[in-house]
Design a protein around this ligand. Structure first.
Ligand code: PEP
Length: 262
């Protein structure tokens, strides 16, 4: 599928922010702020807010979780299973976020089990991959991304692959205010797509959405939305404010409608 035919996703990652009350105050404003936006908008919210946020929003806005365990149930104190997310009406899950890898020592192998569980449970995975600053400086970016993609997607079929959203999030750009340039994003996404092509074949790789994440904000979104091959954004800090988040969605909508009209 050519780039302009793939949907452009606007995905919020609230991280460990917002109580149920705060979340509801946010989503009360959102539909009106998003008037005129036709791009898919997804919110990854804290577990506790999934059900209330889902119930408060129109169905076209998707609601999901930021993590889950690979087991279906059992003695894993403090963990959340896929069925708990789906019964709370979540329909996607962010997996392998660099904060999970860094602070909770999640390996590609563990993330792979979660990805397989997500597919079994009809949750669409948003799989995060990305290199650290030192790895990029040492010229290791491609090897790091290849290792993460192959490690996290082992056993995933080509059909499932087209439903998986890859979030390319260079670690040095997350929460730092340092945004990657559109050129760097375009180059790296091409590398990711070619790695996926070798693993899953041309058609699945061409259909696979790859979004960018890392300090996307109302001031950087417009330029980044023009980066070749980018299929949306995963937005942390700037998604916490509904006005700023909606601004990014509107900017992306404008850029995308110009691209598809060309
Ligand atoms: C993220 O948490 O996935 C993220 C990209 O955060 P930020 O936008 O704050 O860099």
């Amino acid at each position: 599928m050519p780039h302009e035919e793939r949907p452009f996703f606007i995905i919020a990652n609230w991280k460990m922010n917002k109580t149920i009350r705060e979340a509801l105050a946010y989503v009360e404003k959102l539909p009106e702020l998003l008037q005129g936006v036709h791009l898919p908008v997804w919110l990854a919210v804290p577990f506790t807010a999934i059900h209330s946020v889902r119930a408060a929003l129109p169905p076209e806005i998707h609601v999901g979780a930021q993590n889950m365990n690979d087991a279906s149930s059992g003695a894993f104190t403090g963990e959340i299973a896929a069925a708990m997310i789906t019964e709370a009406w979540g329909d996607f899950v962010v997996l392998g976020h660099s904060e999970r890898r860094q602070f909770f020592h999640e390996s590609d192998e563990f993330i792979n089990k979660k990805v397989l569980r997500a597919f079994q449970s009809s949750l669409r995975p948003v799989l995060c991959i990305g290199e650290g600053f030192d790895q990029r400086e040492a010229g290791e970016t491609e090897a790091v991304l290849k290792g993460q993609l192959e490690g996290c997607l082992r056993g995933v079929s080509a059909e499932q692959m087209a439903l998986c959203i890859i979030a390319y999030e260079p670690i040095w750009a997350i929460g730092t205010g340092k945004t990657a340039t559109p050129e760097l994003v375009a180059q790296t996404l091409a590398v990711i797509r070619s790695i996926a092509e070798a693993q899953f074949g041309e058609e699945s790789a061409a259909n696979m959405p790859i979004v960018y994440g890392g300090s996307v904000s109302p001031s950087s979104a417009e330029a980044l939305a023009t980066a070749d091959g980018v299929d949306g954004f995963l937005i942390g800090t700037a998604s916490l404010d509904p006005e700023g988040f909606a601004k990014i969605a509107h900017m992306s909508e404008n850029v995308r409608s110009n691209i598809t009209e060309l």
